[in-house]
Design a protein around this ligand. Sequence first.
Ligand code: KG4
Ligand code: ZN
Length: 345
Amino acid sequence: MLLAIETSCDETSAAVVHEGRVLSNVVSSQTALHEEYGGVVPELAAREHLRNLMPIVRAALGQAAIAPNRLEAVAATRGPGLPGALLVGLKAAQALAFALRRPWLGIHHHEAHLYSPWISGEPPSAVFLPVQPNVSLIVSGGHTLLARVNGELDHELLGGTLDDAAGECFDKIGKLLGLPYPAGPQIDRLAREGNSSAYSFPRPLLDDASDDFSFSGLKTSVRYFLRDHPRLLEDGQAIRDLCASVQRAIVEVLVAKTVRAARRARVSWVTASGGVTCNQGLRRALATACTAEQLQLRLAEKVFCTDNAAMIGILAERKLARGQAAMDLCADIAPGWALSPGSMP
Ligand code: KG4
Ligand code: ZN
């Protein structure tokens, strides 16, 4: 029985996992708090985590019907993330582990995303499936990564974004269109009623041989396009067409590079996770491309796409089962921790 805590950005989450099953996964999003500022305000995020964390931990234990003294270990996200936000979850986990005299583990947030597509179902009956060799796309507000996963706890980074993350690109373009933060889900919704061929935007690094991404040029081209066509923002259908065209540009790059990396890595599975994996256009395009390339696809369930403690707990439990030692109770947060095998902050 393991309690996991996630507070790396603007979701406060706690989960209880047991032998590869997610018994509870409670998530409280701070989106409404940050909306009026058009993005996550780190100080506000940290304070909100502090306010919400213990009620959420109690709710996770309650939903799993577990008394704290039955916990065998405690885990928390150690990095990467916002320093003040990470600090709240990590110190709470260490304090709990100390009080209960149990081991504690600090988990890499992206490593947890990498394995999250293999969590199948909804708590209390979500189970962690055997991991097949795959190429994994992680797309969220803060990160865009491609990694090769050889098996459980065995992976290597293939590429990442050189500038803006895919979610950040959705959010910044949405802001130019006057949409509220976070704009990704709004663009997704409006794009369904738009014509994705209406406007042509660049597909950055699409034909580049590397597995890296770059999205800031796309954002800039939308900015110049709107500067030159300001009246478009007064036309509802033009906004829907813009959303569909922008989404198509982002999705085409993500899908083409992921499938190409999978072929190059000679794996037969593709996986995807992170908030942008909620995007209907991306889910559909990945499914179509994988079918055409005879690749099998596992998309993280939507509850495990956005930040959640279940993925932290599942990974922590696997690490403990494989004999990875518990960490020093004084271990500090690692806001800039890079994803590479065996790398420690
Ligand atoms: O993984 P996540 O919850 O948080 C981190 O950034 O770690 O991802 C949030 C990001 C935001 O940029 C949001 O706009 C984007 O995921 N997002 C979407 C959709 N749902 C969330 N982007 C496009 N379409 C969506 N449906
Ligand atoms: Zn994340």
